[in-house]
Structure formats: structure tokens, C-alpha cells
Design a protein around this ligand. Structure first.
Ligand code: SAH
Length: 429
């Protein structure tokens, strides 16, 4: 059904779309973005899917800017493990202890500019500047929610949007990072899906997000007031960028650096089964969260098309394998986005509980009321419905927990990251 013929596309548009919207995501003229707004959520799913495929926003560098954007080919030092940094420094003929100084400056004091590393000789700083960098992401804008959540909209050196969300809580801060710019999955309830995959992020770009978020809130080199938890629930499918993700997690765990241990990191996947299986035997692994979204294959195929590749039985068998290897201190959870009148009925609660019980899975289910955003054709389930759903799960022995949304007003909540620019950019600092 996919077509490259623009005239045929127009016919589909006039038949199924309520209106064309252009919502401008203008990265200093670098990007142009068009989305198609769709009408009724479930009636026209197959057609809708086709529309998403056909009308995924097309991000391309504007011609004028293509000349201006020069790929920064310098090595991103933020993406090096301590061992790699030693090798780099020794290879350029410097003593190994310099690498320890650099690692502490970049990863512990969170410096992003070689010139600020005052314990290095000036000549070495200059040498580093020529071949390497410690700062590749630039903040485009920042938004502050009424609940204290902060959304940073950044761009990569080659112009792709990256979003990171800082969520302050009483006893800890949570930073929600992105693993990809955009996302290749096509979950119909998620705004990021509408961007399509722009590109996967490097390990350095993942680590940098955390450094930038902490610096933005506390200042460079300042100790955070609370412990930092990380969640890989921003834009992208982390398990489709597995190597960079694991490398970033290893770098951040280093006691000489950020020292955010894997037990403080939770990575969410829509269900990339081979990577879940791989995680079973990885020693320093993060906590795992699995996005379920629907209790049956029939519905999950529609809401989360990745289900067609790895259906529920296969996914839950891999989950069981993972659950059996859980060690003390590790956490394993399910997530279930609650869409009003779509996946939130009593019957669906029973189906979900039966499904998990059948697979003898004991992990709790986080119920996430949908975070609405134009043009997503869904609404959050009302609080009373969520509570009823939760109590049905409980009555069948499945532990349910209702997640409070954070940062909805600034498009910072789950599934709302789509490089949205708002008028009220806040220069908190
Ligand atoms: N791709 C990964 C991680 C990003 S999404 C995954 O699918 O798990 C992180 C979580 O947000 C997932 O559980 C997803 O189901 C949920 N989510 C996506 N869009 C949402 C929305 N609009 N409202 C509420 N939750 C949403």
C-alpha cells in the first residue's frame, strides 16, 4: 500500500485526515517537519498505520544549512571508558596519569571544555582540542514544568534533536535520557514515533545528556543535592542501540567518574527479545522495564507493531528467563500505558493478570495514564478506571502501581518527546 506517488498520497490525505498540520520544529532553519493529523483512533487502524509510514515527518537538512553543518570528526572523549582514555593518552605519547586527570575532569567534575582543566599543561589542552572534544550536544532550549520537571531540548553536532528530562523528587533526582534521536518503532500512542528514526546516539552522546542535565541544575562541578537515578525512557528504543547503551552505562558506573551504578539505572524496552535474552547473562546490567501496553496479541499488534515481530508469548518467555536470573537489588517491572476506552476495561485487566500469571511472572505493573498530545488520537484513562484496573490486577495476585505523570505541561512526560518547541522557554540555571 505504500506509494511514492504524491498525487495518490493526496487522495489518502483527503479521505482520511481531518486536516493537514504543519508543526514547525525549526532548528534554526535546519529542519522542517510535517505531521499529518489523524481522526478517529481505532476505526481505521490499518490505514492509519499506512499514513504513519507514508507521512512520517521528513527531516532533512535544508540545503543552505547542509553546507554550514560540518561533521565534527573529533573524538568525543565523553564516550571513552577509563581504559580507552588511558590507551588514547599513551598512544599520543603522554604519560598515563594524564588520562586519570582527564577522566576525573570530564566524568567526575563534569567539565566540558579542555581549557577549564587547569591541572593539565596548556600545550596538552591545545593538543586535545585539536583532535578531540568533550562537548558535542548544544542546548537549544529548556522548559520548566510547574512540577519542577525540566526538559532540555538539545541538538547533536550534526543537527539532530536530543531530549533529556530532569525530574526532581524528594529523595532523589531522576534523569530520563534518550537513546536515539526520534524512534523507529511505531507505537500509535507515542509522540516520538511520529519523528521516525533520525539516528541512534553514541555512548558519548548518552553520557553527555546526564552531564549536561546535572550541570544545568547544579552547576559545573557542583555535587548534586540528591542521588541520581537514570531511566532510559526518553526518545528511542534503547535495545536497538544496545552496544552504545551498555557502554554509556559502564562509563557512568565508574567510581572515578559520575559513579551512577547500574542498580540506579532502569532501561525500558518495547520488547526486543534477543536483547532481553542477552541481558540475562550480562553481569553489570541495568534494571529492566518492559512496555506491555496491551493484554492480547491482537491489540498489541495494533498499538505496538513491534509485537508482530516478537509476540507476547515470546516476549514473556524471555522475561521469565530474565526474572529467574534477578539478583539482590535488581528491579524488573512492566509498564502499561492506560488509554481511555482502548485497553483499560475490567476484562482487559483480567486478561493482563491471567497472562502474567500463566507465565509465572511476579514483576509489578506500572500503570501509566496516557500523556496526551496532539495529534495522538488517545486520552488518558480516568483516575477511577485506573484504580479499578489496578484493583483487578491485585485481586489476581498481580501488583499494580499507578505512576504519577510528571512534566506533562512542557511535553516532558513519557511518550511526549518529539522535539517540540514551546513559546515559554525557561532559562533556569
Ligand atoms: N522505546 C522504549 C522506551 C521509550 S517509551 C519503550 O517502549 O519502552 C517509555 C515508556 O513510555 C514506555 O513504557 C511507553 O509505553 C510509554 N509511553 C509512550 N508514549 C506514552 C504516552 N503518550 N503516554 C504515556 N506513556 C507513554
Amino acid at each position: 500500500m505504500r506509494t511514492r506517488n504524491p498525487s495518490i498520497r493526496l487522495i489518502f490525505l483527503s479521505t482520511f485526515a481531518t486536516e493537514d498540520i504543519s508543526f514547525a520544529c525549526d532548528y534554526s532553519g535546519t529542519w522542517s517537519n510535517q505531521l499529518v493529523q489523524r481522526k478517529s483512533p481505532l476505526r481505521i487502524h490499518s490505514t492509519q498505520q499506512m499514513l504513519i509510514n507514508d507521512y512520517r515527518p521528513r527531516y532533512r537538512p535544508a540545503r543552505a544549512n547542509a553546507r554550514i553543518i560540518e561533521m565534527d570528526k573529533r573524538l568525543n572523549m565523553t564516550g571513552l571508558t577509563r581504559a580507552e582514555l588511558v590507551k588514547f593518552i599513551v598512544d599520543i605519547g603522554e604519560p598515563a596519569y594524564r588520562s586519570r586527570q582527564i577522566f576525573a575532569a570530564l566524568q567526575h567534575r563534569r567539565q566540558q571544555n579542555f581549557d577549564d582543566i587547569s591541572d593539565l599543561p596548556k600545550a596538552l589542552r591545545e593538543r586535545l582540542r585539536e583532535t578531540a572534544t568533550a562537548s558535542t550536544l548544544t542546548i537549544e532550549s529548556r522548559y520548566l514544568s510547574e512540577d519542577g520537571t525540566r526538559r532540555l531540548l538539545m541538538k547533536t553536532h550534526d543537527g539532530f534533536p536530543v531530549e533529556t528530562v530532569f525530574i526532581p523528587e524528594e529523595r532523589r533526582d531522576t534523569i530520563c535520557f534518550s537513546s536515539q534521536s526520534g524512534c523507529p518503532l511505531q507505537c500509535t500512542f507515542c509522540l516520538t514515533a511520529q519523528l521516525g528514526l533520525l539516528r541512534s546516539l553514541t555512548a558519548g552522546e548518552i553520557v553527555e545528556q546526564i552531564i549536561i542535565a546535572l550541570n544545568d541544575v547544579y552547576g559545573i562541578g557542583e555535587k548534586p543535592l540528591r542521588g541520581t537515578n537514570l531511566v532510559g525512557m526518553g526518545a528511542g528504543e534503547p535495545f536497538l542501540n544496545f552496544d552504545s547503551l551498555l557502554k554509556a552505562i559502564r562509563i557512568m558506573a565508574d567510581p572515578q567518574g559520575l559513579f551512577i551504578v547500574p542498580h540506579r539505572v532502569t532501561v525500558s524496552t518495547a520488547g526486543v527479545v534477543p536483547r532481553i535474552r542477552e541481558l540475562v547473562s550480562i553481569p553489570d546490567r541495568p534494571n529492566l522495564a518492559i512496555s506491555l501496553g496491551a493484554p492480547t496479541n491482537e491489540m498489541r499488534d495494533v498499538l505496538m507493531p513491534i509485537n508482530k515481530k516478537w509476540p507476547l508469548e515470546e516476549l514473556l518467555m524471555a522475561c521469565k528467563e530474565f526474572e529467574q536470573t534477578l539478583k539482590a537489588g535488581e528491579r524488573f517491572t512492566f509498564e502499561y500505558v492506560m488509554l481511555d476506552s482502548v485497553n483499560d476495561s475490567d476484562e482487559q485487566a483480567r486478561q493482563l493478570a491471567n497472562l502474567l500469571n500463566r507465565h509465572e511472572l511476579h514483576a509489578k505493573v506500572n500503570l501509566i495514564p496516557h500523556n496526551p498530545a496532539e495529534p495522538l488520537p488517545y486520552q488518558p484513562s480516568p483516575a477511577a478506571r485506573v484504580e479499578m484496573f489496578r484493583s483487578i490486577l491485585e485481586s489476581k495476585g498481580v501488583h499494580g502501581f499507578v505512576r504519577r505523570p510528571r512534566g506533562r505541561d512542557i511535553f516532558a512526560a513519557c511518550g511526549q518527546l518529539a522535539a517540540i518547541r514551546q513559546n515559554a522557554s525557561v532559562h533556569a540555571g
